[in-house]
Design a protein around this ligand. Structure first.
Ligand code: DI6
Ligand code: FE
Length: 380
């Protein structure tokens, strides 16, 4: 914490920061934040926010006792969003998704990762990634991830291996050719893809020069964390069921652990991720909204910061680091953003607060007065 500080920004980057009295002479625009708290802009490093439709009906059914798995097996769940997303025009998909990016941006988020995974066929996955990329024209920077290996689409029902082969022969090459994704992700889980299938997807990603990340050990322990580490993954995400060997592998590989308290909350999970074991190893812990229509329909970084503390027992400082510097590392952007230091992009959030602990101690407050994204000022 620096009191009475100043930051100077030039060409979109932080040029200098330190005590006001040592600040270089002001040349041009000057903004007095009047004692407000300035933090690095928040980074939401795991979202699925490009989708069409709504699943509030499933929420109601689940309140009456129907389970997430039962809904999925009867054609709802991810497949219901896939149908709506495939049917949506690119313009409609952009309109619906833009609202979610704007919600995050107005609450202090300056970088958002967005995964595909509700198209599950070449044309629709490309459509989702194009839409995701286009959302970056606004007030947050967008990073995209191909998640074609999210679920087996109806065309390949009962033939998951054939769908994986299709991902590797058609989808990854096209996405790499059109430079539509910054990384490749997969859902390694009993109800999704096996470790062997995930490995095929990762090997293909590597051949195309794309970094990987993984939905690992969310509902069961299939050794997802170790598999991610073996491929030098940027991050391994969820990790509720990861064991000690998996954590050792993450440490060795320098892979970031991304925890998603929103999905844990929304699914009323009880198996906590191994927080203390992550801490002991000093593995960087990021947190994210996981914004998606089924298991974490949440566009509130404030709620996620709070859940990281109340549900996962992170300290407010750990939670904030989880949505700033460690989230930057989970996206491979640690040299670019996530901290306030000279040379980094001027991505800042200006809060009506006087201490960073207030950001996770309250939900919905404090308010964001404005953000800077690459030195450009935005006011909600
Ligand atoms: N894990 C999840 O919890 C979500 N995707 C994933 O890989 C579920 C997404 C949905 O229900 O639409
Ligand atoms: Fe997810």
């Amino acid at each position: 914490m620096l009191d009475h500080a100043a930051i100077s920004i030039r060409d979109g980057r932080i040029e200098w920061l330190g005590p006001m009295r040592e600040a270089p002479p002001i040349e041009a625009d000057r903004l007095d934040v009047e004692g407000a708290l300035v933090t690095p802009g928040l980074i939401d490093c795991h979202t699925h926010l490009v989708y069409a439709g709504d699943r509030s009906d499933e929420f109601e059914r689940r309140l009456k006792g129907v389970t997430y798995e039962e809904i999925a097996r009867s054609g709802g769940g991810i497949m219901s969003t896939v149908r709506a997303t495939r049917a949506a025009s690119e313009a409609q998909l952009r309109r619906e998704s833009q609202r979610r990016v704007e919600a995050l941006a107005s609450q202090g988020v300056t970088t958002v990762e967005i995964k595909s995974g509700y198209g599950l066929e070449l044309a629709s996955e490309l459509k989702c990634l194009r839409v995701a990329r286009s959302l970056g024209e606004g007030r947050a920077r967008i990073v995209t991830t191909l998640l074609a290996a999210h679920a087996v689409p109806p065309e390949f029902s009962g033939r998951a291996d054939d769908y994986v082969a299709h991902i590797c022969s058609e989808i990854i090459p096209a996405v790499a050719r059109e430079k539509l994704a910054d990384a490749v992700d997969a859902f390694c889980e009993g109800i999704a893809f096996s470790p062997a299938q995930t490995r095929s997807v990762f090997e293909c990603a590597r051949r195309h020069g794309l970094r990987v990340k993984l939905h690992a050990d969310q509902l069961s322990n299939l050794g997802g964390a170790a598999l991610a580490a073996e491929f030098n993954a940027l991050s391994a995400d969820h990790l509720e069921h990861t064991d000690e060997a998996g954590l050792d592998a993450l440490l060795e590989a320098g892979t970031v652990a991304v925890l998603l308290p929103g999905a844990f909350y929304y699914l009323r999970e009880t198996k906590l991720p191994p927080i203390e074991a992550l801490r002991q190893r000093a593995i960087p812990i990021a947190i994210a909204t996981d914004c998606n229509p089924g298991t974490s329909p949440i566009t509130s970084p404030s709620a996620i910061l709070n859940m990281a503390c109340t549900l996962f027992r992170l300290t407010p400082e750990e939670a904030l680091a989880g949505m700033t510097c460690h989230a930057a590392r989970a996206l491979g952007l640690e040299d670019e953003t996530g901290t306030l230091e000279p040379g980094k992009r001027a991505d800042l959030a200006i809060w009506e607060a006087d201490h960073p602990a207030q950001l996770s101690a309250q939900i919905g407050m404090p308010r964001v007065r404005s953000t800077f994204v690459g030195g450009k000022l935005f006011t909600p």
